[in-house]
Design a protein around this ligand. Sequence first.
Ligand code: URA
Ligand code: CA
Length: 433
Amino acid sequence: MRMVDIIANKRDGKELTKEEIEFFINGYTKGEIPDYQASALLMAIFFNDMTAQESANLTMAMVNSGDQIDLSAIEGVKVDKHSTGGVGDTTTLVLAPLVAALDIPVAKMSGRGLGHTGGTIDKLEALDGFHVELSQEDFVNLVNKDKLAVIGQSGNLTPADKLIYALRDVTATVNSIPLIASSIMSKKIAAGADAIVLDVKVGDGAFMKTEEDAVQLAKAMVEIGNNVGRRTMAIISSMEEPLGYAIGNANEVREAIDTLKGEGPEDLKELSLTLASQMAVASGKVQTTEEARELLEKVIADGSALEKFKAFVNNQGGNGSLVDQPEKLPTAKYNIDVLATASGYVDSIDAEQVGVAASILGAGRQTKEDEIDLAVGIILHKKVGDAVKEGDVLATLEANTEAVEDVVKKVQNSYHYGQDQKQTKLIKRIITA
Ligand code: URA
Ligand code: CA
């Protein structure tokens, strides 16, 4: 087989065979296929798309390029969730204990944040002492005992994806639906998920700017999952504003605790319950999302979801008493109000800009080596649909410095106003096949 023929086939709109795709992935991972040939193929895929079969084969070839996590020692169907990247998105901290409280195993591999979106592990580290350096054996035992554990990224998972993603980044081929879909799905499958629930974000603050594109990406991923024997479903959710009120680390843990008590922001609660219901159905534990929803509301009301969260924090070295006293989580030195510079109804809040603003305060990292300040962040007081008068408090910066003029401006500029009150729809679609 020759790489040049594979490129020509894709250029001419032919469907690549499984063998051709494996030849490319294996050869490129080993360094035997040069970047210029890989680039040419990626661009041909960008223009000519891939069939469902090609996308499934590409995904599995990338899965097989490295290690796979074996979760077979955990009883039950292991369901994982993936979000395409939101700002202020604390849903993992809410839905993991919710789902575990229904006795469904949640064995999660999580990452740290880079850029303007925070990582789940960073947030959890606000619970003094919490760590994710577990042996594979401890990880499995904790999930079997309490149904919930989070482990850091380990092993050599999907090396082909890492290499190809870096190449796509510099060859203008990131924005291809089959390439994004196979990249995301390969990582979830390699991490051992039996079933996958996807949260595809749409809006100015998201990777997918239009609902049409988001639906296409969601369908591509659902099709890949189902084609390779992992039950997969997706929801399309709005990123026209950050999720909840808190953007940061310790403040998002507080918000997650509030939500587990049934006292959190409406949008965070709704998204968490929707995703958790889909996970419960995907696990086979319940038949319908209505039934799941009823059970989930119950574990919030009777406190067992919160207890589950506390046990999970204690199991992984954290200080579980902070769950009962969230005011003792790290707090910043200064609270600085951001005032509105115009009047009207809030029409949208540029989530990416708010994420960058929080990151400048120290809540995110610019490079992998940066240390995060867990105490800092932003609390929004006005959300889409709220009426605002010039001079009203839009948000509060939780900062460890008073030199925040540029951050204040950034938050002010991220608010957009209209004359009429806008109705938002958080969950736009659910895609199951
Ligand atoms: N996120 C991924 O993991 N892969 C992509 O290709 C795009 C976004
Ligand atoms: Ca939030």
